[in-house]
Design a protein around this ligand. Structure first.
Ligand SMILES: Nc1ncnc2c1ncn2[C@@H]1O[C@H](COP(=O)(O)OP(=O)(O)OP(=O)(O)O)[C@@H](O)[C@H]1O
Length: 552
């Protein structure tokens, strides 16, 4: 019952209140049953006091039910909100490499599917607890009527629990399998949306994708879903069957034996009928809670947790890192990064890299496809932690405590950049006028406007979107700029503007600029060229000469 522990840790007071309301509601229901029993025993010749008591208890029961439900609604709303925010904050704080290893579809599955399932589990949990509390209150009344019969009833409930456990063991395994297949389905559905052009253009690929991938996985999910549903339908009916057996024994067997007085029997019959609904609700909640536990496991697999209180995870505004507008040197001293390949024994190592950057220099990072340029860029910008070696900022090693501050030195446009529609975290007083002049500089002023911090459109060509990403980098105004194949999508005229005007302009402003590029036509604008080959920096002394020869 991980969901129960989670909910209790999130809002212990509300959970205690819900359980107390459940107990009170159960007690008032037991009082109602006692009054009905009294009326039946006296063949309906009860006085107005009993009638008033009945009305009072009925109102109290209704109020308690409403109160419990209102409390549950708030508890669920708060718990889901807190979980969602906590997960988002944790994902942002998770090392990039770990997220890449799990893959974006797994993260999306957690944020959508698993959160939804956990939300449903948390949704039934308070009612589950209050129904147990109602049942417990009724048991107290039943014990007062006849404790040997209560023992019999508890025996039947224990028998149902054992039956449920045995029957649902296989279903629990199926639930885990179903979640695994759903993860696969998520990955495949990503292919459906992101690969839609490729699917539309090739009939056989589309047919193979739909039947061999999506359909076969969706079918497995469907089969397991039906099997799990059937098992839980049986367990639900088992509870009802045992309840009917109990009622049958009460009505048709026990009176003949003469062991129990009639008023006690009548009280038990009413209570058994009344208890059917809360006990049924408890049985129905169990599969939902099992699903919730599996989703919680999935969240833990990503190295995330929902267990501590949200207040602890809330970002402390004072924790904003130190943002520096200048630096003296940034040095990579023997840093390495290794990609392990699961399918084979081989792995790819970038480094050890020795590299020093100064303000006002324009450095080109070049090399063949897969030589490690982007990986080195991620190491340099602090997005990947070095496995060996260290990064020094102004001669001081970058530690876990200063890493966030170190990252704020950089403005980067990676090849797989993301463009936010709002200029998040950038809107200041001068921003609007700056945006206007940058839009003109980037030849976008006719296409895009900025209105209250929101770009009028991001539905542009890839090259234009990259210009908007560059605009964001300009607004960030950080001491170090990094562009990963930025010019690859630009037309020749703007490519020229980028290499011969924009980059030298940044350099003149004292920015250190690292440009990952395959455009050897422009290598001559660089102060320094770093070439990577199979993850290793080729001694740079040979390169400037070759470049100068080509440029001359
Ligand atoms: N997410 C990843 N998981 C595992 N291995 C990876 C991953 N990304 C890159 N690699 C490995 O690292 C090598 C270097 O990749 P990287 O993206 O740094 O190269 P690059 O020089 O930027 O290439 P390109 O010019 O094609 O963009 C690749 O050949 C690949 O083997």
């Amino acid at each position: 019952m991980k969901s129960l522990v989670l909910l209790f840790r999130t809002s212990p007071t509300s959970i205690i209140l819900v359980t107390l309301c459940g107990l009170l509601s159960g007690a008032s229901s037991a009082g109602l049953i006692a009054l009905i029993n009294q009326a039946l025993a006296s063949q309906f010749s009860v006085g107005p006091r009993v009638a008033l008591g009945f009305a009072g208890l009925a109102v109290l029961t209704l109020l308690l039910r409403f109160g419990t439900q209102a409390l549950i609604n708030r508890l669920n709303g708060d718990a889901l909100f807190e979980m969602r925010m906590k997960l988002c904050r944790q994902i942002v704080a998770t090392p990039l490499r770990r997220l890449e290893e799990h893959g974006i579809p797994s993260v999306m599955a957690v944020l959508t599917e698993d959160l939804f399932v956990i939300g449903a589990a948390l949704g039934v949990l308070p009612r589950f607890l209050s129904n147990i509390a109602i049942a417990l209150s009724c048991f107290v009344y039943l014990a007062w009527l006849s404790w040997p019969m209560l023992l019999g009833l508890l025996g039947i409930i224990a028998l149902s629990a054992v039956g449920f456990r045995l029957l649902s063991r296989g279903a629990s395994l199926d639930l885990q399998r179903q979640r695994e297949h759903q993860g696969t389905l998520y990955r495949q559905l990503r292919g459906l949306t992101e690969g839609i052009k490729e699917l539309k253009l090739h009939h056989d690929r589309r047919a193979a994708f739909l039947t061999e991938e999506v359909e076969s996985t969706a079918w497995r999910v469907r089969t397991l879903q039906i099997r799990i549903g059937d098992v839980f339908a049986v367990t639900g009916s088992l509870g009802m069957l045992l309840s009917f057996a109990f009622l049958g024994t009460l009505i048709f067997v026990l009176p003949g034996l003469g062991w129990v007085e009639t008023p006690a029997l009548v009280g038990y019959c009413i209570a058994a009928l009344y208890l059917q609904q809360p006990l049924q609700a408890v049985m129905e909640a169990l599969p939902i809670l099992s699903r919730g536990d599996i989703s919680l496991m999935k969240i833990q697999e990503l190295g995330l947790t929902l267990s501590s209180s949200i207040t602890a995870a809330k970002e402390n505004p004072e924790a904003r890192p130190l943002i520096r507008d200048s630096f003296q040197t940034v040095e990579l001293a023997g840093v390495t990064h290794t990609y392990y390949r699961e399918q084979s024994d081989g792995h790819f190592i970038v480094g050890p890299i020795h590299l020093r950057l100064h303000p006002g220099e324009l450095v080109f990072l070049v090399g063949g496809n897969g030589s490690g340029k982007t990986t080195l860029a991620k190491l340099l910008t602090g997005l990947y932690q070095p496995e060996e070696g260290q990064i020094l900022m102004d001669g001081q090693p970058v530690t876990a405590a200063t890493q966030e501050s170190y990252r704020q030195l950089f403005s980067a446009v990676f090849a797989d950049f993301y463009l936010f529609e709002r200029l998040l975290g950038l809107v200041g007083e001068q921003t609007t006028s700056q945006v206007q002049s940058y839009l003109s500089l980037l030849q976008l002023s006719r296409k895009v406007r900025m209105e209250s911090g929101v770009l009028s459109t991001t539905e542009l060509s890839q090259g234009q979107r990259k210009r908007l990403a560059l605009l964001t980098a300009y607004l960030e105004d950080r001491p170090i700029y990094l562009f990963d194949e930025w010019a690859a999508d630009q037309d020749p005229a703007f490519k020229d503007v980028f290499y011969t005007k924009l980059l030298p302009e940044l350099k003149r402003k004292g920015k250190a600029v690292i440009v990952i590029s395959h455009d050897d036509k422009y290598f001559h604008v660089a102060d320094r060229i770093l070439r990577l080959d199979a993850g290793q920096l080729v001694p740079s002394a040979e390169l400037p000469l070759a470049v100068k020869e080509r440029a001359s």
